[in-house]
Design a protein around this ligand. Structure first.
Ligand code: NAI
Length: 476
């Protein structure tokens, strides 16, 4: 088996944590049971690009139990948990000497070159055949396939110019190498893929853009906008893991400090609530009047970054947008202000601009925590080099909330793989009865007892006793 992880001897540790996680992931375990006989993913060759954590290990092994052949990478250079990666490679029945699990190409602290090499490896089976499904988080695997096929079609050589960001140059280099090795490979891959299921807001945004431009090559299910994903993982997951990231990175007392949360969408709402719960005085920035009004009514001061930047102790960006915190902002911050991002990509904070400041000195305190000292002696603390701090500095979201997200992922994979002809190229969300099913699978574990509608009550509000209970436009 081909694979590349940090250290296979960590597999036992990983396996022990996977067993604990399985108990906390009732949705995934129920799906395993439901499809134990049918094995609906038999014949599926799934390439996954999603943070290689313990929770993801349970997802991967669920896909395998449902019959899939899987290859995996992390979707961020810092988010892999090396013991999880090792355990997945070794597999539940394998040993370090004779691994029998799933090929994983991921380790904590990859370079960008290594990251794109890993993505390329996971997109090609050892016999040279392509995958027929992608499970993506942030859209990097989907992007590589699409861009590769575009360059092949145009017969052009992917070449970066000076104005391109560093990462784009690396992507183009990966494409140039792979097209050079076998021209037509990406076109074949794009043609072989029955569909992609996308995990996060930022990846979904890319998919809708491609669909609008008419360049999307295969159907996609937007898993993020299942209610049981974005209203749980993005909100309650971040409510948990933002604090975990801050604590493990800095252990600074949050109570009494001034914290700023940029963006009050699902992630921002979770972060602001968590910081408030720790006793911080939280300021929110927003561009959307509806979200700004929500923040105000939830009791937060809403201000612009420019007006408060010199009064804030802890910054967390959650916008999925770029250039939220600029080098100029960082120059105006307090001594030892903590600067972090929990959005998908690292461009929310202008790290390149920070590095270009004349006389600035960076010092690593420990992995994923660095001080940047300005010429006047003022220092700021930047977490995970501006990449998502909850996965860079801590272990991301806990199992229970990820069980909701990943149960949606498995159901979406089954939908696209087994009902391909029902999904012409486009972007879809799962139907509401499946969303409700995911929630239902998590109720028992929390001791929730649902009230059952009477037939008359169901008729009165115009729904079925079995659901769905809300129209599609309902916002929760
Ligand atoms: P969202 O769209 O619900 O929220 C983003 C908010 O930022 C919106 O309300 C928008 O109006 C606001 N915004 C945009 N530009 C802004 C600006 N210049 N200043 C202030 N506010 C601005 O998106 P969601 O679901 O909250 O996701 C945010 C990011 O977090 C995405 O990149 C997503 O992929 C990522 N994510 C990260 C997770 C993690 O574990 N680290 C988990 C889930 C999502």
């Amino acid at each position: 088996m081909d694979y590349k992880v940090a250290d296979l001897s960590l597999a036992d540790f990983g396996r022990r944590e996977i067993r604990l996680a399985e108990h906390e992931m009732p949705g995934l375990m129920a799906v395993r049971k439901e499809y134990a006989e049918a094995k609906p993913l038999r014949g599926a060759k799934i390439m996954g690009s999603l943070h290689m954590t313990i929770q993801t290990a349970v997802l991967i092994e669920t896909l395998v139990e449902l019959g899939a052949d899987v290859r995996w990478v992390s979707c961020n250079i810092f988010s892999t948990q090396d013991h999880a990666a090792a355990a997945v490679v070794v597999g539940p029945d394998g040993t370090v000497e004779a691994p029998k699990g799933v090929p994983v190409f991921a380790w904590k602290g990859e370079t960008l070159e290594e990251y794109w090499w890993c993505t390329d490896q996971a997109l090609s089976w050892p016999d040279g055949t392509p995958p027929n499904m992608i499970l993506d988080d942030g859209g990097d695997a989907t992007l590589l396939v699409h861009k590769g096929a575009e360059y092949e079609k145009a017969g052009a050589v992917p070449t970066a110019d000076e104005s391109d960001p560093e990462e784009w140059g690396i992507i183009l280099e990966t494409l140039r190498r792979t097209i050079g090795e076998r021209n037509g490979r990406w076109t074949e891959t794009a043609g072989a893929i029955k569909g992609v299921t996308e995990e996060t807001t930022t990846g979904v945004h890319r998919l809708y853009e491609m669909a609008k431009a008419g360049t999307l090559a295969f159907p996609a299910i937007n898993v993020n906008d299942s209610v049981t994903k974005s209203k749980f993982d993005n909100k309650y997951g971040c409510r948990h893991s933002v604090i975990d990231g801050l604590n493990r990175a800095t252990d600074v007392l949050i109570g009494g400090k001034v914290a700023l949360v940029a963006g009050y969408g699902d992630v921002g709402k979770g972060c602001a609530e968590a910081l408030k719960g720790q006793g911080a005085r939280v300021i929110v920035t927003e561009i959307d009047p509806i979200c700004a009004l929500q923040a105000a009514m939830d009791g937060f001061q809403v201000a612009t970054l420019e007006d408060v930047v010199d009064k804030v102790d802890i910054f967390v960006t959650t916008t999925g947008n770029f250039n939220i915190i600029t080098a100029d902002h960082m120059g105006r911050m307090k001594h030892q202000a903590i600067v972090s991002n929990i959005g998908h990509f690292d461009n929310e904070i202008d790290m390149a601009g920070l590095a270009k400041i004349d006389g600035i000195v960076k010092e690593e305190v420990k992995p994923q925590v660095a001080t940047w000292t300005f010429p006047d002696g003022k220092t700021i603390i930047v977490l995970a080099e501006g990449r998502l701090m909850n996965l860079g500095c801590a272990t991301g979201h806990p199992s229970f909330v990820m069980s909701n997200s990943f149960t949606n992922q498995v159901i979406a994979q089954i939908e696209l793989f087994t009902k391909t002809e029902e999904y012409p190229v486009g972007v879809y969300v799962l139907p509401k009865h499946l969303d409700e099913k995911v929630a239902r699978l998590h109720l028992d574990a929390l001791g929730v007892k649902l009230t059952t509608l009477s037939k008359q009550q169901a008729e009165y509000i115009g729904v079925d006793v079995e659901g769905p209970y809300k129209p599609d436009h309902y916002r929760y």
